[in-house]
Design a protein around this ligand. Structure first.
Ligand code: SF4
Length: 713
């Protein structure tokens, strides 16, 4: 298809920037940003611009690999698929279906995530399926469900941000993680609005802020309670809104009143005058928003922490109103859609609950199976990985690299090595794929069609722009082939089409009537419109925006326009009221002590993405971000006797990592930061604490106790 331009979307983060791809006669692909797509409006970050480099990378897998005599050697597709089917079937026979695990990824398209959930439950009959999106945003999802009765990352489009009055951005370094989004915040400031950033580090995002609060890692919950305390003390509660649209205020108010400002200053290290200034900036404008990201979410109390920020919005009447609200900045490319359609341990398509009998009946009917045959909820991501080699004997892994991205990664690496059988589908030989018994080379974003759902809840069509290299198949083909082999006489492969639109048509029916209702969305609409916001049921809509019309005989049928803005009339709870969370402060699971006196927090850098499986294969990105580092304050560096670039060992109760020192006054003296994109000696997740949030089961990546050691050259 030389020189034909295909409009599509970036393979990486949840912004899902629009881009045009043009295949070249030399086999390459050019990428140009799409000015018509309202999310990135003609901008791309370096990751998006260089994404085609992975398509043609010399380290791309082009043949299935099977382990033979201890090494991975090329094999035919038939041989590799047979080996996987045999491995899973053997485990199922010898140990039962729950001994087969399935682990997915937040980068999988909606169609793949949907099919993977169905594959686990219908073909393998296992409850043991979860995905790496559990590490990304599940605390915000849990808090949103509790408060609003619905979880959609942003309940409004990004284009609302410049028109609000103040945004409090909690634990997000979007200037590095999703750079094109920064322009919405710049426009906010040009319009007279203000930006408050809460982060232990003076990040590139914090540098843009009107006010930067730098709490100790793991204390954002106390910070939010302290701000709510001041809101009450200063008479800034929107009493009418609280009475009409919320429930549970008295308990939340009582909890906040126990967190007076000086107490909060002692916990967080944020001076009281800064707390007062944040409240003033947030409360004085007519409209305001709070946006959270991984900072408050990746904690052993992440659900409560996000709940405390939602409380602040509810008490001040800043939720479910135009240009005001709470939102979560989802991280992974399809982190939102990936959690809506069934690859999460406790969910069925359409954001239905697996333990809801009506939901089971509905989905079972679409799948043509007995509702009683569907397994119940399984383990969460870390718990699933931790059970490998013990309860779970075989694992099918698609689109994830837990050897680098899981907390307590050295332990997880050992668990993976102890499996009876591991099969991995990936585009390159990731650190996890290196441990597999069978590796299948699969298609990438530009080589396949499918939908994703970005952080705004906007469903998008990613289009195939080029043909994959010879010898590569799609994840959908893999599931079809495995279903054929494992289903025997039952013909289960018929339920696993290889055409993405066919899968989406079934997903529409499975999601119909559920919280994340996609039934009114079609590939035709997605091709014509710049995405459609869910919920979008079949038939006429009542929310804002004009629907398209199509003739049907003499009857005009109006398509639902989708729902860009949620909760304007009522919240999605049974009585329509939002719920306050009665939360109180508690420390991180692991606080500094004499042996481990410093806090470690982890995160991302602009030129790498997640475990780096793709971006570490791009020369331009490697030149910009060649390896891990330990960011620390000059006072800490002086105590250690470390100069810029010196190797520093960071030691936690789980292991030891070594990386060069990067010394800056932009971090608290009691805290060090490491990016988590690299394997090996500098692997940040060797150190991180898998303490789980009791509701979301999200690990505490953002705070653990460590000590630093100088490393002799
Ligand atoms: Fe891709 Fe995210 Fe960069 Fe946009 S911001 S180009 S979606 S990585």
């Amino acid at each position: 298809m030389p020189n034909s331009v295909t409009p599509t979307h970036c393979p990486y983060c949840a912004l899902q920037c629009g881009m045009n791809l043009t295949p070249q006669r030399d086999g390459g692909v050019t990428v140009v940003e799409r000015p018509d797509f309202p999310v990135n409006r003609g901008a791309l970050c370096g990751k998006g611009r260089t994404a085609p480099a992975v398509l043609a990378s010399g380290v791309r897998l082009t043949s299935p690999l099977v382990r033979s005599g201890g090494t991975l050697v090329p094999a035919t597709w038939e041989e590799a698929l047979d080996r996987i089917a045999e491995g899973l079937a053997r485990t199922r026979t010898e140990h039962g279906p729950d001994a087969c695990g399935v682990f997915g990824g937040g980068g999988l398209t909606n169609e793949k995530a949907y099919s993977l959930g169905k594959f686990a439950r219908v073909v393998l009959g296992t409850s043991q399926i979860d995905y790496n999106g559990r590490f990304c945003m599940s605390s915000a999802a849990a808090a949103g469900m509790k408060a609003f009765g619905l979880d959609r990352g942003l309940p409004f489009p990004l284009e609302d941000i410049p028109r609000t009055g103040c945004v409090i951005l909690v634990g997000s370094n979007l200037a590095e993680t999703m750079p094109p989004s920064l322009r919405f915040f710049n426009e906010l400031k040009e319009n007279g609005g203000t930006l408050v950033v809460i982060d232990p580090r003076r990040t590139k995002t914090a540098e843009q802020a009107d006010l930067h609060l730098a709490p100790r890692p793991g204390t954002d919950l106390a910070l939010a309670l302290g701000l709510l305390h001041l809101v009450v003390a200063e008479g800034r509660v929107d009493e009418e809104y609280v009475a009409e649209r919320t429930a549970g205020w008295e308990d939340a108010r009582a909890a906040a009143m126990a967190h007076w400002p000086e107490y909060v200053e002692r916990i967080t290290g944020v001076p009281v005058p800064q707390l007062r200034e944040a409240v003033r900036l947030f409360c004085e404008p007519e409209h305001a928003m709070v946006l959270t990201a991984r900072g408050p979410e990746q904690q052993s109390k992440g659900t409560d922490t996000v709940g405390a920020w939602i409380n602040l919005c509810l008490a001040t009447g800043r939720a479910g109103r135009p240009l005001s609200g709470y939102g979560c900045l989802t991280g992974q490319g399809n982190g939102q859609g990936g959690r809506e359609h069934g690859q999460k341990a406790d969910q069925l398509p359409g954001y239905r609950k697996l333990d809801d009998p009506a939901a089971r009946r509905h989905v079972a009917e679409v799948w043509g199976v007995d509702p009683d045959s569907l397994p119940g909820p399984g383990r969460s991501a870390y718990e699933l990985l931790d059970a490998l080699g013990t309860d779970i004997k075989s694992l099918l892994l698609m689109g994830s690299n837990p050897v680098v991205s899981a907390p307590r990664a050295a332990h997880i690496e050992e668990r993976i090595k102890s499996l009876d059988f591991l099969a991995v589908c990936d585009v390159v030989l990731s650190e996890t794929a290196e441990l597999a018994d069978v590796v299948l080379p699969v298609t990438q974003w530009a080589e396949e069609t499918g939908t994703t759902t970005n952080l705004e809840g906007r469903v998008l069509l990613r289009r195939r722009a080029i043909s994959p290299p010879e010898g590569i198949r799609s994840d959908l083909e893999v599931m079809h082939e495995l279903a054929a082999r494992l289903g025997g006489e039952r013909g289960l492969e018929k339920g696993f089409p290889t055409d993405a639109e066919e899968v989406f048509e079934e997903l529409r029916r499975a999601s119909a009537g559920g919280p994340a209702d996609y039934s009114g969305i079609t590939y035709r609409r997605l091709a014509e419109e710049n995405g459609v916001f869910w919920p979008c049921p079949t038939g006429a809509g009542t929310t804002e925006g004009a629907g398209n019309t199509q003739g049907a005989g003499n009857t005009e049928v109006t398509e639902h326009p989708g729902t860009p803005r949620l909760f304007l009339d009522r919240f999605a709870t049974p009585d329509g009221r939002a719920r306050f969370a009665p939360v109180t402060h508690r420390p991180a699971a692991e606080e500094p002590d004499d042996e481990y006196p410093v806090l470690l927090t982890t995160g991302r850098v602009v030129a790498q993405y997640q475990s780096g499986a793709q971006t570490r294969r791009v020369d331009e990105l490697n030149a910009a971000a060649p390896g891990p580092f330990v960011e620390l304050h000059p006072r800490l560096a002086a105590r250690l006797g470390a100069a810029e670039g010196d190797p520093v060992a960071v030691v936690s109760r789980r292991g030891r990592a070594v990386a060069p020192a990067r010394i800056t006054t932009g971090i608290r003296p009691d805290t060090v930061f490491m990016p988590f994109h690299w394997p090996g000696e500098g692997r940040a997740n060797t150190l991180t604490n898998p303490a789980l949030d009791p509701t979301s089961r999200m690990p505490e990546f953002k705070a653990c106790a460590v000590r630093l050691e100088a490393v002799k050259a």
